[in-house]
Design a protein around this ligand. Structure first.
Ligand SMILES: Nc1ncnc2c1ncn2[C@@H]1O[C@H](COP(=O)(O)OP(=O)(O)OP(=O)(O)O)[C@@H](O)[C@H]1O
Ligand SMILES: [Mg+2]
Length: 231
């Protein structure tokens, strides 16, 4: 019988990706031929020592930078070509939700407005965007913080708002770089609980770079990066 899992094309494929940074006269090859793929609905953790190239790889997946060699395809879009033909802005807007170590919320907007922004940029009306953003914030226990400004909520709450902002447009891929790096253990546990809940309920595809065993253990698959390669 045909294996159903194999007949579903992966949402992400990375094929023999290389990246070298140039610093004056010296060249450092940071990614030395990375290949892997991720299926829709997977929750993948990328672990590895400092300097292994994890953030470099994540930046390539989010098309914030481009590989020197190799191919990255996300939801049928090949990133290097999309960068060349200038469709990459739309790709970033619609296909990727980013969660960084620092939440980077917009200080002059309220919590609910911060979460509405990705929808407004996609052309949703104010009221439709507000309804979606508010209901998502309620699902993650922040219903009582909608009209607060980022300066009026805690760091842990801010990072949970950042999760809502990343997932609200329902992008095919969520990328997170050390999302719990600045959180204490209580807030880390709550962050993981929320990411887990949304990932499972909304069948999100998530790639998270982390040093934290607790977060890595929440993933359905772990990849170990060492010295520019995936082991
Ligand atoms: N823009 C850049 N220019 C030059 N070198 C860079 C640049 N970005 C990263 N590097 C170098 O590339 C290597 C990999 O960096 P990267 O940030 O990808 O590591 P990492 O695995 O994310 O580490 P960490 O766990 O500390 O965040 C490091 O040696 C770093 O100094
Ligand atoms: Mg890093």
């Amino acid at each position: 019988m045909e294996n159903l899992a194999q007949s579903v094309p992966p949402i992400l494929t990375v094929e023999d990706v290389h990246k070298t940074y140039r610093d004056g006269e010296t060249f450092a090859e940071v990614l030395k031929g990375i290949s892997f793929s991720v299926s829709a609905g997977e929750f993948v953790a990328i672990q590895g020592p400092s300097g292994a190239g994890k953030s470099t790889l994540l930046n390539l997946l989010g098309a914030l930078d481009r590989p020197d060699q190799g191919k990255i395809t996300i939801g049928g879009v090949e990133l290097t070509s999309a960068i060349k033909n200038k469709t990459i802005e739309l790709f970033r807007r619609d296909k990727i939700g980013f969660i960084f170590q620092n939440h980077y919320l917009m200080q002059e907007f309220t919590v609910v407005e911060n979460v509405m922004l990705p929808l407004r940029v996609q052309g949703e009306t104010y009221s439709a965007a507000k309804e979606k953003a508010a209901s998502l914030l309620e699902r993650i226990g922040l219903g009582h913080r909608l009209e607060h400004f980022p300066s009026q909520i805690s760091g842990g709450e801010s990072q949970r708002v950042a999760v809502a902002r990343a997932v609200v447009k329902n992008p095919p891929l969520i990328l997170a770089d050390e999302p719990t790096g600045n959180l204490d253990s209580d807030n880390r546990a709550r962050f993981i609980e929320i990411l887990n809940k949304l990932q499972a309920e909304d069948k999100l595809t998530v790639i998270v770079v982390t040093h934290e065993a607790e977060l890595a253990m929440a993933a359905s698959r772990r990849l170990l990066m060492r010295d520019g390669m995936i082991e």
